[in-house]
Design a protein around this ligand. Structure first.
Ligand SMILES: Cc1ncc(COP(=O)(O)O)c(C=O)c1O
Length: 406
């Protein structure tokens, strides 16, 4: 059998392309954050992780430009060798302080942070216990690690307890949860997760990619719950609220020292370029000194949650800057994505395996820099498309329902 036989049999994406409903790897020809140009037309961007809208902030742009002028475009080496700049050390220190931990360590992406941390700290005989909706980078870190992997049902405390109960008492255990789940926009019940994990002698890693910048005055889900001291490791990424690319892990200084010397994705990959590090430092300044950005992103998401509920969209249990529009059927989801583009709104269609079968959704997410006019434009388009594709009841039905409920 030829290795490439599978290539000819993979027709799914090409069939969608032929039907004009293939939604992935599509270029934006321009982007100013809250609006972008797609397919030659302006679209309101409600499909980005640029929660604070800082990618185009003048101070962030200036810091990145200045760093390029000074250091050029690449460090051309790993942090282990020639790729550590003073910038990286400053960023490690600033992030540790910001998160409220003794130490932090910057990686070149969030993906590499999870893969390197998990595979570095988990040894033979150790266990990783992760939420079923944990990010792919957590799964990949666990696959690369020499220990065992167990999963518990999403945000299900009984399931977590049962899984931990089954594991050998003497084994090292790491419970991994997201602070905010990237598809549902729901928050992990951290106080209970901490209690259960501690009862079973497990350590905890919090992936707070979508919580930092949004919850806890921007410092994330642990601060939101007042639990920073109870969480052993806090991971964050720069590709969302920090308007850059990269990631970090924060925790006790000795644990971070160990990870620094065992994370292969840190040691064997080139370090974060200076402009990206400088952009994060500038974003940190803004988050610390201009809290209105953090407040505004949640105000905007709340405004949309109210509007979407009024339209009768199924938005699950979202209570952050991410709001899913749960449609169910794959084709209807992609058709809705396309129809919304035609109405000037950019969303992200998420199909299995990104979500369970029959749970396909449009992932929408909001920014501090969206204006009410942007959000009203998006709601109007969602009303038109929702009615045209029967995703929501008609206006008359919605009004009758609202009357019956009042
Ligand atoms: C929950 C979560 N963890 C980790 C990552 C990886 O981050 P990055 O994009 O910085 O590699 C992402 C990004 O999609 C994420 O959503």
């Amino acid at each position: 059998m030829d290795l490439f036989d599978k290539v000819g049999k993979y027709t799914q994406a090409k069939e969608a392309m032929a039907q004009g409903i293939y939604p992935y790897f599509q270029p934006l020809s321009d982007s100013e954050g809250s609006v972008a140009i797609f397919d030659g037309r302006e679209v309101v961007m409600i499909g980005s992780n640029n929660y604070l809208g800082l990618t185009t902030h003048p101070k962030v742009r200036a810091a990145a430009t200045e760093a390029i002028e000074r250091f050029g475009t690449s460090c051309t080496g790993s942090r282990f060798l020639n790729g550590t700049l003073e910038f990286h050390l400053e960023l490690d220190r600033r992030l540790a302080k910001f998160i409220g931990k003794e130490a932090a360590l910057v990686f070149s992406t969030g993906y590499q942070t999870n893969v390197g941390t998990i595979s570095g700290i988990i040894g033979k005989g150790d266990y990783i216990i992760m939420d079923k909706e944990a990010h792919a980078s957590v799964v990949d870190g666990a696959l690369m690690a020499r220990g065992e992997m167990a999963r518990f049902a999403h945000n299900d405390l009984d399931s977590l307890d049962r899984v931990l109960q089954r594991l050998p008492e003497e084994a090292g255990k790491l419970v991994i949860v997201d602070g905010v789940y990237s598809m549902g926009g729901d928050i992990a019940p951290l106080p209970e997760i901490v209690d259960i994990s501690k009862r079973h002698g497990a350590r905890i890693l919090l992936d707070d990619a979508h919580g930092i910048g949004v919850l806890g005055e921007g410092r994330g889900t642990a601060v939101h719950f007042g639990l920073t001291d109870q969480i052993d490791l806090i991971m964050g990424t720069f590709s969302k609220s920090f308007a850059s690319i990269g990631g970090f892990i924060a925790g006790n200084a000795d644990v971070i020292h160990f990870i620094q010397h065992h994370a292969r994705s840190l040691i064997f990959s080139a370090s974060l370029p200076a402009p990206n590090a400088a952009a994060v430092l500038a974003a940190l300044d803004i988050i610390e000194n201009e809290p209105e950005y953090v407040h505004r992103v949640m105000e905007n998401a709340d405004y949309m949650r109210t509007g979407l509920r009024r339209l009768s969209y199924d938005i699950g249990t979202s209570n952050t800057a991410i709001i899913p529009l749960i449609i169910g059927d794959d084709i209807r989801t992609v058709l809705a994505w396309r129809a919304l583009i035609n109405e000037g709104v950019y969303t992200n269609p998420v199909l299995p395996p990104g979500v369970p079968p029959n749970k396909s959704l449009l992932r929408t997410s909001y920014m501090a820099t969206h204006t009410r006019e942007h959000l009203d434009r998006a709601l109007k388009a969602l009303e038109i498309v929702g009615e045209n594709l029967d995703l929501i009841p008609t206006k008359q039905e919605r009004e009758a329902r609202a009357l019956a409920e009042s």
